[in-house]
Design a protein around this ligand. Structure first.
Ligand SMILES: NC(=O)c1ccc[n+]([C@@H]2O[C@H](COP(=O)([O-])OP(=O)(O)OC[C@H]3O[C@@H](n4cnc5c(N)ncnc54)[C@H](OP(=O)(O)O)[C@@H]3O)[C@@H](O)[C@H]2O)c1
Length: 289
């Protein structure tokens, strides 16, 4: 069978997409290809300079693109609320932004940075946008996880990782949380009788700035796939009519099986409760009664 490529994206005219972290790496070609196929696209990221530069780059590649910058710092819950309040319409949310393998830091709200940004930031953003997502007939939420999720351990009694911080284990934990969130969102959306679909992706090892290897940075591209190839699972997950919700789309659009922990409904339910408690975002429209 011919492999799926972004040329297979259907006409997206009339749809509004938000792509977080679309100023670089995998997010930039994701936003660009959605715009190329007619979607109105918001490049949602924390730096206005980088965001506007990405908008200009997309317009150079796709002169007819309907694309704009939106200021969003996922490590700051007040910024997420400000951004969400500016959104009038959204059909497609791509939770792409991420940080990885950094020394211990905390978010503006005092949470461990990788969990706070990659998971809690996107949890809150999705919940705050939920009324606008559900206002459309077939909303979709794509959350970019990673194969690293399978190394993740989630101790809900030690979210600050006070018992030991590791750059990689903190990243793996945040990517496990992305998958648990994706699958729980799908279960809740379906149980509530909504048409929202929630799907996760693993881009494959991609040459982006998430890997910081110092002076060897320019050599990354020799060993890892391009950002375009890394964006393919996101674009397929975001636009393919074959997606029904709850899938985990990997490199070359292959469907993957999440780890046993990622598939645990009990762990997902507890993570959801803790995330609700921390962020105050309640997903009322799809809450279990
Ligand atoms: N590259 C890989 O091999 C790989 C593999 C598996 C999964 N992933 C996932 O793919 C996604 C995209 O990463 P990438 O590889 O494309 O890395 P990247 O080039 O570093 O892109 C990450 C993006 O996230 C943004 N971001 C970081 N913190 C943010 C915050 N607090 N608020 C808003 N935006 C923020 C960054 O903005 P700045 O430019 O301002 O930092 C950047 O635009 C991530 O979720 C990552 O975990 C990547």
């Amino acid at each position: 069978m011919t492999p799926w490529t972004p040329a297979d994206i259907p006409n997206l005219t009339g749809r509004t997409a938000i792509v977080t972290g679309a100023n670089s790496g995998i997010g930039l070609p994701t936003a660009r290809e959605l715009a190329r196929h007619g979607a109105r696209v918001i490049v949602a990221t924390r730096s206005a300079d980088k965001g506007e530069a990405a908008v200009a780059e997309i317009r150079r590649a796709v002169p007819e693109a309907d694309v704009a910058y939106g200021g969003l710092d996922l490590a700051d819950q007040s910024s997420i609320r400000r951004f969400a309040a500016t959104v009038d319409k959204v059909d497609l949310l791509v939770n792409n932004a991420g940080i990885g393998m950094i020394p211990r830091q905390v978010t503006k709200d005092g949470w461990e940075m990788q969990f706070g940004t990659n998971h809690l930031g996107h949890f809150a953003l999705t919940g705050l946008l939920l009324p606008r997502l559900l206002a459309g007939p077939d909303a979709r939420v794509v959350t970019v996880s990673s194969a690293a999720h399978s190394m993740g351990r989630l101790d809900l009694d030690d979210l600050g990782l006070e018992r030991g911080y590791g750059r990689m284990s903190a990243y793996a934990r945040s990517k496990l949380a992305n998958l648990l969130f994706t699958l729980e969102l799908q279960r809740r959306a379906r149980t509530a009788g909504t048409a929202l679909t929630s799907v996760a992706t693993h881009p494959g090892a991609t040459a982006t700035s998430i890997f910081k290897v110092g002076p060897l940075q320019p050599l990354l591209g020799l060993f890892l796939q391009s950002a375009e190839a890394g964006a393919t699972p996101s674009l397929y997950a975001a636009t393919s009519p074959a997606i029904t919700g709850g899938e985990f789309v990997g490199p070359r659009t292959k469907l993957l099986t999440p780890s046993e922990t990622a598939r645990s409904e009990e762990v997902a339910r507890r993570l959801w409760e803790v995330s609700t408690e921390l962020t105050g975002v309640r997903f009322e429209e799809i809450a279990y009664r």
